[in-house]
Design a protein around this ligand. Structure first.
Ligand SMILES: [Zn+2]
Length: 429
């Protein structure tokens, strides 16, 4: 008995030893770039390198042609580099003696600021490079809160570094989206077809997939919005592929969307439930999101025309966020109520008031956003209707009617729609 006990015991020990020797091998894995993201506003471009762990880095600039060089020790590149955008003409990479070198070719002259952001629950550690155009007028920046540039604090955190790039080449204009007509811009409506790719969304009893219905309605809505004078639509996805929720709002922001509309179809166990609902972001969702943006200043930068909030103190940053979020939430409610009213004439309405929830896609603090549950795919009648092109078109018409009404009442100045309204009023007088 004793012998057997000893034997078992020592076998157990061997197991433990093996396990312990395996751990250092995992820890010693070299850093790797997992994702590279680039975003651009009128006068600023941000490049984010997301790694699995931090790497020793050296960042410097070279002239003729102007470029930023990032050397990362002992690092692998596990993702393709994106195309250039804004101030970054192109990105390329090479490896020498265990050092990964990434080179950004720069358009024009710019200030460079770089920093490491710690890993959080959503992202690994990120090396963030911000390029801010210098030597150009700042008036053209479509910032939600224009005074931000004037209240720049000099209190940089210690792991940040700044330098100025002086270019010999002339600054080139950044491609603006969408096309501007004269001096006025078109309103941009971001349409988000829910789900996609490996995420089918809800599935009806007869096999209708939510991801296909949402895309069909989104495309019909896009056609209608594009046909409206002064309006232009973009789709967060235009095919059957998966787009992470946060990427959907990031895309809308890249296109400087004036409104975000997410299209879905509802589903519940009780198959008798029918009707459409419209959601905007709940107060709790907004509060949580503000805390998130404040905790992760990388994201908050995009809120104020691409100007980083990294250097702003907490109070100033939270005041700016509050103002932006408050305005967006009341605009969202107004527009959502109009859309709901028009949906009421197409079919059943499940909730007669705009509902509030913490859906991720509604969380852009600076873009009025709504989520439309067009009908219940779990109900057989509504499933049949949702698959019919005629009904899809009616839903798109109703959403368009609500959006159009909202923007004719709340017309942002400087837009082509504002010009159209002014011309009509002059004609009527
Ligand atoms: Zn859905």
């Amino acid at each position: 008995m004793n012998l057997v006990g000893l034997f078992v015991h020592s076998k157990f020990r061997i197991g433990v030893v093996l396990l312990l020797t395996a751990i250092p091998a995992i820890v010693a894995a070299s850093p790797a770039i997992q994702d590279v993201r680039i975003a651009s506003q009128t006068d600023s471009t941000r490049v984010v390198f997301e790694l699995n762990e931090t790497a020793k880095q050296k960042i410097f600039t070279l002239n003729n042609p102007l470029r930023v060089v990032i050397d990362l020790a002992n690092t692998n590149l596990n993702t393709p580099l994106p195309d250039g955008m804004g101030l970054v003409k192109s990105l390329r990479s090479a490896s020498h003696d265990g050092v990964l070198r990434v080179v950004l070719d720069i358009n024009g002259s710019a200030d460079l600021q770089s920093s490491w952001l710690e890993a959080n629950s959503d992202y690994g550690p990120r090396l963030v490079l911000d390029l801010q155009r210098t030597g150009t007028m700042r008036e053209g920046v479509p910032a939600v809160l224009p005074p931000i540039a004037a209240v720049n604090s000099s209190a940089n955190s210690s792991n940040n570094s700044s330098s100025s790039l002086n270019a010999s080449v002339d600054p080139q204009p950044i491609k603006t989206l969408p096309a501007n007509v004269g001096n006025s811009r078109e309103l941009v409506i971001a349409i988000d077809a829910g789900h996609g790719g490996e995420d089918p969304g809800a599935i009806g009893r007869h096999g209708l997939r939510e991801k296909n219905v949402t895309l069909a309605i989104a495309r019909l809505l896009k056609d209608r919005i594009d046909a409206e004078p002064g309006m232009h639509a973009m789709l967060t996805r235009d095919g059957d592929y998966f787009v992470p929720l946060r990427d959907r709002i990031d895309r809308a922001r890249q296109f400087k969307a004036d409104m975000f509309i997410s299209i879905h179809a509802d589903s519940v166990k009780d198959r008798s439930v029918t009707g459409s609902s419209v959601y905007t972001l709940s107060g709790k969702g907004a509060t949580n999101e503000a805390a998130r943006w404040l905790a992760d200043r990388e994201n908050a930068a995009d809120l104020v025309g691409g100007v980083s909030l990294d250097n702003k103190n907490n109070l100033l940053a939270s005041v700016l966020l509050d103002l932006t979020q408050g305005a967006s939430m009341s605009a969202s409610l107004d527009a959502a109520a109009r859309v709901l009213q028009h949906l009421d004439s197409v079919g059943d309405v499940h909730h007669s008031d705009v509902q509030q929830a913490g859906f991720v896609v509604l969380k852009s603090p600076d873009i009025p956003s709504m989520l439309v549950e067009t009908a219940f795919i779990s109900n057989s009648d509504e499933e049949a209707r949702l698959s019919a092109p005629k009904h899809q078109a009616q839903l798109a018409d109703a959403i368009l009617a609500g959006v159009r009404e909202y923007f004719y009442v709340n017309t942002p100045p400087g837009t082509r729609l504002a010009q159209i309204k002014a011309t009509r009023q002059a004609r009527n007088n």
